[in-house]
Design a protein around this ligand. Structure first.
Ligand code: HEM
Length: 316
């Protein structure tokens, strides 16, 4: 996806999508990271260079989203009265009401943009981590190949990928692998909540109005209080029969957040990750480049590799 180019009426020059995504990611991170006690004009001044790129990127992607929405309206593909079963995300947004008013085209474009930004770097970084683990652990790759090959044989060729949803149910090792990736590498390592009105008490701690509390997912998902040998990447911890233990471990993994603002894209992300990893494992083998330097993590809005993931991928 990142080798796509943005090419709109206002930006006839071809701009790699990756540059815009990075500008939005950096801008968001800087905005969130600026101390709140600094006066607003100082915060704006300090991040003026990043904000320029950030707004250029947002405006360009918003313009493209608006063009796509207009096209959908003109072709009458989207209707506010469509049957719910046939509705896609944009149709749902078209039929949404806020204070009894439908959303404006700009609001729908911005919601679409939100999904695009929230759903992009998270899923790609998780898949990159999964592939890195496959390079680290050839014996795990072989285990996954043995499970996936018979399920996909006869269902895919070079141009056709027909994966039945029933096939996904037959892959417990893949499921355990994805669960362990989500536990070991929470790609959004920290989520926050603010006390909006009144005071709150959290586990005996008094939190006055305005307090911000962060949940350090990386720390809690690597805590020996919740997991045996927490730093080891071990898919077998999820392949046990003890339902009570499994449910306890599941409750400690919050990679998609929790509560009213938990990730709305969770099911979609899990489906994407399953399908992409399944096809990757079926079609390719991978290994680290010889003499690689230690991979360095970087925490922007998400956790990812600072200098990418240099690996060798070959067709099987
Ligand atoms: C591995 C993939 C993903 C991970 C780990 C992830 C993780 C998260 C987390 C931790 C949050 C904040 C939850 C909270 O504060 O409790 C969030 C919010 C959100 N995510 Fe995801 N996400 C992923 C993929 C996606 C995808 C594919 C989409 C959309 C297609 C998406 C859309 C959103 C949106 C719109 C929100 C904001 C929800 C709100 O504030 O009400 N995410 N995600």
């Amino acid at each position: 996806m990142l080798d796509q180019y943005i090419n709109s009426e206002k930006h006839p020059e071809k701009i790699p999508l990756e540059r815009y995504i990075n500008a939005i990611s950096t801008g968001l991170q800087k905005r969130v990271g600026m101390p709140r006690w600094l006066p607003r004009f100082i915060r704006t001044y300090m991040m003026r260079a990043d904000l320029n790129d950030y707004w250029t990127a947002i405006n360009a992607i918003r313009e493209i989203a608006l063009q796509a929405l207009q096209k959908k309206i003109d072709s009458k593909e989207s209707s506010r009265e469509k049957d719910r079963k046939e509705m896609d995300l944009i149709d749902f947004l078209f039929s949404s009401m806020v204070k009894k008013e439908p959303l404006s085209l700009k609001e729908i474009a911005d919601e679409t943009l939100g999904f695009f930004i929230a759903g992009h770097e998270t899923t790609t970084n998780l898949i990159a981590y999964a592939v890195k683990v496959l390079c680290d652990k050839p014996e795990l790759l072989a285990r996954l190949q043995n499970e996936i090959d018979p399920v996909l044989d006869g269902h895919i060729d070079d141009t056709n990928y027909s994966i039945l949803s029933s096939s996904l149910a037959k892959l417990p090792i893949l499921e355990a692998f994805i669960k362990e990736c989500l536990r070991h590498m929470p790609v959004i390592p920290m989520i926050g909540r603010q006390v909006m009105t009144g005071n709150a008490v959290l586990r005996g701690y008094h939190l006055p109005e305005g307090s911000i509390v962060f949940n350090q997912l990386y720390a809690s998902q690597h805590s020996s209080a919740s997991f045996e040998n927490p730093d080891a990447f071990d898919i077998d911890r999820w392949l046990i029969e003890d339902e009570e233990k499994l449910s306890k471990m599941r409750s400690f993994v919050n990679t998609f957040g929790d509560g009213n603002h938990a990730c709305v894209g969770q099911q979609f992300a899990l489906l994407e990750i399953r399908v992409i990893l399944m096809l990757f494992i079926k079609k390719f083998r991978c290994r680290h480049v010889v003499g690689r330097v230690e991979l360095e993590l970087i925490h922007t809005m998400t956790l990812g590799y600072k200098k990418g993931l240099p690996i060798i991928i070959e067709q099987r």
